[in-house]
Design a protein around this ligand. Structure first.
Ligand SMILES: NC(=O)c1ccc[n+]([C@@H]2O[C@H](COP(=O)([O-])OP(=O)(O)OC[C@H]3O[C@@H](n4cnc5c(N)ncnc54)[C@H](O)[C@@H]3O)[C@@H](O)[C@H]2O)c1
Length: 350
């Protein structure tokens, strides 16, 4: 259900990428965190490319240790261009074949899980990233490191929308530090491997990507709300509900990630997300209600002990650099994205 989802989404990504995608022809791409929400999306994209665009197919190696994803989707991986390696990227791994691209998406992305696994969260972003950079160095591969918009911490209003040169307002001792600080260090290692060894490594900082493929038990805002709505429960909003975010549909985000990998400047970081509308969590529930044409009952709630407090108050990317260097322009509006997500979630989460 997860991997064989919406071919339309994959087609939209291939269309937006145009001729750039030719660089993958006949190449081998290693995807860490390949069973996660973002990593999986490369499979239907590669399927289309191999069936319709490429004479020489690209090969995908998926690497995951299933710490936050389900093993069940292994059964859906019946494609001759996909190989799967069950592996924790914190451990080094000798890879015999030539790797042309590394998409290092392994990470513990959901606040609920990084509260549960703080040391694993640190290790995957730091040691895991270093191990992948070593493979890139040995193979002369292009590498994409998935950092996060969370590296900005809790910016003051003057720094929102937030551009890549903002240095961050992050607490190294706060409840979110294991994620924020390790992603920051992961970026530093990525930059050093470019400067010291010339590794072609590019960093992306995703801002609240959503869409089909998000695990039902992911606990990030949209799967959380969708699960509660679909099971007929009130939507629990933590804190005041006034914290703001922008939301980026998966097709736009994956297009941006691939553009960054192929055309980004090595050693540089790029914001990937949507720069409008910036809305509060309460406003998000109203958008959902409009889209699904159903009343959404909101219940303000204390932060549960399983969820790290100290949430950033505002999150919105400045996309000037990504527009300029990558020609990245998100195209899916919030309502359309929510529509597609809820249509999928109604089946996947019931
Ligand atoms: N989705 C977003 O909006 C968003 C925002 C900011 C950053 N990111 C980053 O993008 C990447 C992908 O995010 P996602 O939404 O797909 O998350 P996800 O949780 O759906 O997927 C991450 C995958 O990484 C795997 N993983 C974790 N530690 C591992 C390890 N040590 N070895 C091998 N596999 C491991 C997990 O099992 C999971 O399948 C993450 O690094 C995340 O931090 C995502």
């Amino acid at each position: 259900m997860n991997i064989q989802r919406n071919e339309e989404d994959a087609k939209a990504i291939v269309k937006q990428l145009g001729e750039d995608i030719k660089e993958f022809e006949g190449k081998t791409i290693l995807i860490t965190g390949g069973f996660g929400f973002l990593g999986q999306m490369f499979i239907p994209v590669a399927k289309i490319l191999n069936h319709t665009n490429f004479t020489s197919p690209c090969k995908i190696i998926l690497m995951d240790n299933f710490i936050t994803s389900s093993e069940l989707i292994k059964n859906e991986l019946d494609y001759d261009f996909v190989e799967f390696i069950e592996h924790d990227v914190i451990q080094r791994i000798p890879i015999k074949q030539k790797i042309d691209f590394i998409i290092h998406a392994a990470g513990i992305a959901s606040p609920t899980y990084y509260r549960k696994y703080p040391l694993e969260t640190l290790d995957v972003a730091i040691q895991g990233t270093r191990n992948m950079l070593d493979i890139a160095k040995e193979n002369n591969s292009k590498l994409l490191f998935f950092s996060s918009s969370e590296i900005y911490g809790d910016p003051y209003n003057d720094d929102v929308p937030t551009s890549e040169d903002y240095r961050g307002n992050v607490s190294c001792l706060g409840p979110r530090a294991c994620y924020d600080e390790s992603k920051r260090l992961g970026e530093t290692i990525t930059r050093i491997y470019f400067e010291q060894f010339g590794v072609h490594s590019v960093i992306v900082r995703p801002f609240n990507v959503f869409g089909p493929g998000m695990n039902k038990n992911d606990y990030r805002v949209l799967p959380n709300f969708a699960r509660q709505i679909i099971t007929g429960n009130n939507v629990k909003v933590y804190g005041t509900g006034n914290q703001t975010r922008t939301y980026c549909y998966i097709t736009d985000a994956v297009t941006g990630f691939i553009k960054a990998l192929l055309n980004g400047k090595p050693g540089e970081a790029y914001n990937i997300g949507n720069d409008s509308p910036e809305i509060s969590v309460i406003e998000l529930t109203k958008h959902i209600s409009n889209v699904i044409q159903q009343e959404v009952k909101v219940e303000l709630s204390e932060y549960p002990s399983s969820y790290p407090p100290d949430e950033p108050q505002r999150r919105c990317p400045d996309l000037t650099k990504s527009r300029r260097d990558l020609d990245f322009n998100p195209t899916v509006n919030l309502e359309d994205g929510l529509q597609k997500f809820f249509e999928w979630a109604r089946i996947a989460y019931s």
